[in-house]
Write a protein that binds this ligand. Sequence first.
Ligand code: NAP
Length: 338
Amino acid sequence: MTGTVFVSGGSGYIAGFLIRQLVNAGWTVHSTVRDLAREGAVRQLLAVDDSRLRFFAADLQHDAGWAEAMAGCTHAAHLASPLPRGVPKHPDELIVPARDGALRALRAAKAAGVQRFVMTSSVAAIAYGRGRGEHRFTEADWTDPSFPGLTPYILSKTIAERAARDWVAAEGGDIEFCSINPSLVFGPLWSRDYSSSVTVLHKLLDGSMRALPDIGFGVVDVRDVADLHVRALSAPGMAGERFIASGPFLKLRDIAEVLHARLGAQAHKVPRRGVPDWLLRLMARLNPIARAVVGELGAVRQLDASHARATLGWVPRPVEESIVDAARDLIALGVVKP
Ligand code: NAP
């Protein structure tokens, strides 16, 4: 299947891989950036057939540009959402653009007659707020936004996906809506302007994370997340669907282990020792980054991605490859000096 597809946030990490896969498969892509001054640089890095890619200016917080970008599209993938490296002063700095931007994209899609709308949500909307111990999650689960201590990012993804699904149920008409819910995304980098998901590898490799708290994440490869979007855009019968995109759950110590085993001397700054839980709790009193993760101490989230495998034939690669590819690109691009 091919045609014209809208992809929001064309400067983003996952969107770059998605645009490449779509253009190479014969789609024409209408993408957005906040500022068209970035178009030339993004085009150069993407290095796809320029005639199949158009850029439009659109911001999640403003109405301008969404209708023009969506015009002529039969399919839409909405990826743009704020993913800051630090912790914002107020949760609304993330919640408002994530939620209102998704609704702007949906309204524009409906007005343009888009048939299929794929929203990039997150396992943040599924698997948080359960505390210590091992928990298993499927697409039937939702993060409870009233659980104390959730980060603004987790709240933003949960509230935005809920709002999008509620809007589709009430006003979506014939639009077929589904979401992809990835865990932490690693893999090769197409730009020095990498996503904040890769920051954890950056901090391990440059030694700025000096010890390993007892926390972890489901991990997935950026190429596989893009591939799952292509499948969800193309397959029949996607209305209401939700797909976890995740490989295994890895603790930080497992990720550090992979870096040591595969990068040798280039991983010499990667820590090996753990941070005791009591020390992280103490640090959390003063440090907002420590505060953001302290609620995750001792939690293990097993994310069941069998629905994507069974329904869409999705076969993700081993995540060790994704960790190593991201680390090697951080070094090759000069972002990290090991
Ligand atoms: P990314 O590289 O940071 O890309 C985010 C994109 O959103 C960028 O293009 C950014 O534009 C755009 N954006 C942010 N605020 C905006 C605004 N106010 N108006 C318009 N555009 C705005 O992140 P990513 O990793 O590719 O993430 C893409 C999507 O996947 C997001 O929805 C994210 O929540 C979701 N996701 C990511 C991960 C992960 O681990 N990376 C995991 C699960 C879900 P600028 O370049 O102008 O800032």
